[in-house]
Design a protein around this ligand. Structure first.
Ligand SMILES: *[C@@H]1O[C@H](CO)[C@@H](O)[C@H](O)[C@H]1NC(C)=O
Ligand SMILES: *[C@@H]1O[C@H](CO)[C@@H](O)[C@H](O)[C@H]1NC(C)=O
Ligand SMILES: *[C@@H]1O[C@H](CO)[C@@H](O)[C@H](O)[C@H]1NC(C)=O
Ligand SMILES: *[C@@H]1O[C@H](CO)[C@@H](O)[C@H](O)[C@H]1NC(C)=O
Ligand SMILES: *[C@@H]1O[C@H](CO)[C@@H](O)[C@H](O)[C@H]1NC(C)=O
Ligand SMILES: *[C@@H]1O[C@H](CO)[C@@H](O)[C@H](O)[C@H]1NC(C)=O
Length: 500
């Protein structure tokens, strides 16, 4: 029984689909055997560059500032400064939301839900996390996030309850799935204004004492919001939402083992006196959904083309905007996710070498080891949850896509440098959260890389020069949010202020 689905239909939401889709259709647990699982099928697309990259690694010593943390850019978080001591107004009723998508999309939904509750003076019920049809993680909010911390941090901002009181217990997901209900708000437009909520949801609260908003993803605008609301959204995202202790513990274990290689099997205190090593977290979102949705050619030959086209048809019924363009057009526009091989070349061009430790914050790579191998050649020290922790240590997250994603989020936040191979919710979440803390984040210049990789005669020196030039100011420099951009991706200037 599905409370609602994401078939918005129509071309107008294509742009949005690109944002939504990575979280919606990522194939965690996708078990169907892939035509491409045989690595021999895959050809390297950039074998010349790869060869040069392997030879040129040692020439990279000039890039010694690579690991240097970002300098203070003159900005600092400023989400506390609004908190006036005025008490929370009397509650106008209960707000319930049902959140679709994967971890990072739900995260934004939670922040928006708090904001909407604030706008309406309502009491928020701890959000309900829908089970994603592909990811199938049944974890509840409290299985992923620390609820006590969440309620405590927000106690002066809004009132929150874990559960509805008995008189409203009827208001469940099942109740809304079975018939039209007056307490359900199902017509919230994408990026609705504060006024929309005041005009359309306040009356429901007034009449019934409760409103269940669904669908809710991306239903609160980023522009024309009061400063208080914007800062509250950031406060939720950057302060109130922390993961449950076992996720943080596993995350710390992984971070420790990345920083102190060679001490993997030993207890933590043996590392005393050793200098902490550095590592890059790489989010390699290169799974079948991403590959199919992008409609790009990834060099897997005819078998791959056919397989991806079939998948596109089955999942999106051909409504994939990108499939109208040729592979060249898509690459020119930077609309193709980088393959593991391409991200490896990018990293070498930027100055990383075979002693760099990479943490792979990803689930599954389409094409499997055949596709990863080029990256592994360049960076032999690739690690992931499985290589760093025993299955006993990973028992609590086993088979849980959202909890696995939470661990990846945690480790990525603790990395010296974060880079992702394609746009998407995880990329955006990291760009925003790391900008908030002034942490180094490589934002690949997709259009430039797309063009550069199309030149099959490009030599290494020209390649490296183009990459270094194209990545200038894309290593974590502050970017001020444009009017309609997400505050969760660009928290400056709403939640990060210029230092006096
Ligand atoms: C790799 O790069 C580091 C600096 O990031 C440098 O110290 C080291 O010598 C390089 N290793 C090789 C094999 O070039
Ligand atoms: C790393 O690169 C250096 C210089 O290119 C090479 O001498 C060394 O054997 C490489 N190490 C590994 C583990 O591949
Ligand atoms: C905001 O307040 C919290 C709790 O009082 C505190 O832990 C945090 O450091 C403060 N942040 C800033 C940027 O002042
Ligand atoms: C919320 O409470 C404030 C302060 O009491 C009040 O000014 C405002 O009108 C209320 N808004 C709604 C939608 O009830
Ligand atoms: C901005 O918000 C105010 C108050 O909520 C509203 O009156 C105004 O119409 C909005 N402007 C735009 C351009 O949406
Ligand atoms: C392709 O690469 C070669 C060698 O690096 C270079 O001379 C040529 O100008 C490039 N072509 C284009 C169209 O950029």
């Amino acid at each position: 029984m599905k409370l609602h689905n994401f078939r918005h239909g129509g071309v107008s939401v294509c742009g949005l689909l690109v944002i939504l889709f990575p979280a919606l259709f990522a194939p965690f647990g996708y078990a169907s055997p892939s035509v491409l699982s045989d690595s021999s099928v895959l050809k390297l697309r950039h074998s010349r560059l790869l060869k040069s990259a392997l030879q040129h690694q040692s020439l990279n010593e000039q890039q010694s500032d690579l690991w240097t943390p970002l300098a203070n850019q003159g900005w600092k978080p400023c989400i506390n400064s609004t908190s006036t001591s005025s008490s929370i107004p009397e509650s106008s009723g209960y707000i319930q939301v049902f959140l679709d998508g994967g971890l990072n999309q739900q995260r934004m939904g939670i922040c928006d839900a708090v904001a909407v509750a604030k706008i309406l003076n309502a009491t928020l019920v701890i959000p309900y996390l829908e089970v994603n049809p592909v990811w199938k993680d049944t974890s509840l909010f409290e299985d992923i996030f620390d609820v006590d911390h969440f309620m405590n941090v927000l106690k002066d901002d809004i009132s929150i309850v874990r559960e509805l009181p008995d008189e409203y217990k009827w208001s469940t997901r099942e109740y809304y799935a079975s018939a039209i209900r007056f307490t359900r708000v199902k017509n919230a437009p994408l990026h609705a204004s504060a006024n929309w909520y005041l005009e359309n949801v306040s009356p429901v609260l007034e009449s019934y004492g409760i409103a269940a908003i669904s669908p809710f993803s991306h239903r609160l605008a980023f522009n024309n919001m009061s400063m208080d609301i914007q800062r509250l959204r950031c406060k939720v995202n950057f302060q109130a939402l922390t993961f449950v202790p076992h996720v943080r513990t596993l995350g710390d274990t992984l971070v420790n083992r990345l920083r102190y290689p060679g001490y993997l099997q030993q207890v933590v205190d043996t590392k005393e006196g050793k200098e902490a090593g550095k590592f890059v977290a790489l989010h390699l979102r290169f799974d079948k959904d991403m590959a199919a949705h992008s409609a790009c050619d990834f060099g897997g030959g005819k078998a791959e083309k056919v397989a991806l086209a079939r998948y596109r048809k089955a999942i999106w019924q051909g409504r994939v905007l990108n499939s109208r363009f040729t592979n060249e057009e898509l690459r020119n526009q930077g609309r193709c996710p980088l393959t593991p091989e391409e991200i490896g070349l990018l990293l070498v061009a930027l100055g990383f070498n075979n002693s760099t430790r990479l943490y792979l914050a990803s689930h599954k790579v389409y094409g499997g080891e055949g596709r990863i191998s080029a990256l592994r050649k360049l960076f032999p020290q690739i690690e992931d949850k499985k290589s760093l922790a025993t299955s006993a240590e990973r028992a609590q997250i086993k088979g849980k896509a959202s909890l696995s994603a939470a661990v990846d989020y945690y480790v990525s936040m603790h990395s010296d440098i974060f880079v992702s191979a394609s746009p998407g919710n995880m990329h955006n979440a990291m760009v925003g959260h790391r900008a908030y803390l002034n942490l180094k984040t490589i934002r690949p210049n997709m259009a430039l890389l797309g063009q550069v990789f199309m030149n099959k005669s490009m030599n290494w020196v020209d390649f490296q020069e183009a990459v270094v030039e194209g990545q200038k100011n894309r290593l974590g420099e502050i970017k001020v949010r444009k009017e309609k951009q997400s505050i969760y991706t660009y928290p400056v200037p709403d939640c990060v202020c210029q230092q006096g």
